[in-house]
Design a protein. Structure first.
Length: 340
């Protein structure tokens, strides 16, 4: 019997994926275009930094929803409930720690905020778990029913907030150590905005590392592509997706705390009020894309700030126009992951 020679190993190189840098340049292009229109460099810098802080808060709120929306194919219009509940839980905790909040010590202030944020994230995470089990699970794959039932969940949550905390507007003052601004010549940088930027960057880096450098992230992304294969390998993909929903709800709670402190007032409708911006960010960024969500949040905040200063009458419609322009360029968003 003659031996059949083994086939020679293939020397064909793996295809090289081209890097796409155009979306990253959009915030720079928008900021450069706004500079001559604003005129005053100090005013332009103030608007830009304020937009970055606002964008980071919107990103924290939207980041959890973009995972649920893009990876789990769930249209959760009740996401605003987690934003509001997280803010109200934090308000209750901070009321108990009023002594830590009023003392002129940044360490004590951050300790109080950290504890309030931790309790809010745990509370909204548990609420998200119950929401997924009771409301979302029966309507997986049924988008119209998801919209209707999650909108109903949002309305019920807002009414429960009225029952528990009252329907009047609440005050959410900043701690003493985060009031005021750091002055650099003619430019003033508000301390809380700096904290918001730091929190947003930490969330973005953490989510990117988890999704791209850990086994859990690999399983989540694989489950999106072929959930049956992942199940056949012995992994409970449904549990992973429930974990994603809980994490997204906890991030909404964190974002709700930041947004309430940013506004320094709190109502039951705080979540519903910002949901339009959140969905614009998700659509602009691309479903399921953390990087796209990050860029979308920055672009939306910059557009809102610049137009509010230059032409207040079109400020409300400016982000709709931005979304239309980007979708005409890239119909699936800046960095789409889930093509549904």
């Amino acid at each position: 019997m003659t031996d059949v020679p083994a086939p020679a190993p293939s020397t064909e190189a793996l295809p090289h994926l081209k890097s796409d840098y155009w979306p990253i340049l959009l915030p720079i292009i928008l900021a450069a275009a706004a500079l001559p229109l604003v005129g005053n460099p100090t005013t332009w810098l103030t608007l830009t930094v304020a937009a970055l802080a606002m964008g980071m808060m919107i990103f924290v709120i939207a980041s959890g929803l973009t995972l649920v929306f893009g990876l789990m194919d769930v249209l959760n219009f009740g996401h605003g409930a987690f934003i509001a509940v997280g803010a109200y839980i934090a308000m209750s905790v901070l009321a108990l720690l009023s002594g830590w909040m009023q003392v002129d010590s940044l360490a004590w202030n951050l300790a109080a905020l950290g504890l309030a944020v931790a309790v809010a994230m745990v509370g909204t995470g548990l609420l998200g778990w119950a929401f997924e089990r009771v409301i979302i699970m029966p309507v997986y794959g049924q988008h119209l029913k998801q919209i209707l039932i999650t909108m109903g969940g949002l309305i019920v949550a807002e009414q429960l907030i009225h029952v528990i905390w009252g329907g009047d507007q609440k005050s959410m003052p900043l701690p003493a150590g985060l009031r005021g601004a750091i002055v650099f010549g003619d430019f003033a940088l508000e301390k809380f905005r700096l904290l918001a930027v730091a929190v947003g960057l930490v969330v973005f880096v953490s989510m990117t590392l988890v999704l791209n450098r850990t086994k859990i992230g690999l399983l989540i992304r694989a489950g999106v592509e072929n959930s049956e294969m992942v199940e056949a390998l012995g992994y409970r993909i449904r549990r992973l997706f429930v974990g994603v929903f809980v994490a997204g709800s906890a991030l909404a709670g964190l974002g709700g705390v930041l947004w309430a402190l940013y506004r320094e007032t709190l109502t039951a409708a705080i979540g519903g009020d910002i949901m339009v911006l959140v969905f614009i960010v998700i659509i602009i960024g691309g479903l399921g894309s953390v990087g796209g969500c990050f860029l979308g949040a920055v672009l939306v905040a910059m557009m809102a700030n610049y137009t509010a200063f230059l032409a207040p009458k079109i400020a409300l419609a400016s982000n709709i126009l931005l979304m239309v322009a980007i979708l005409m360029w890239r119909p699936q968003g800046l960095y789409p992951v889930a093509k549904r």
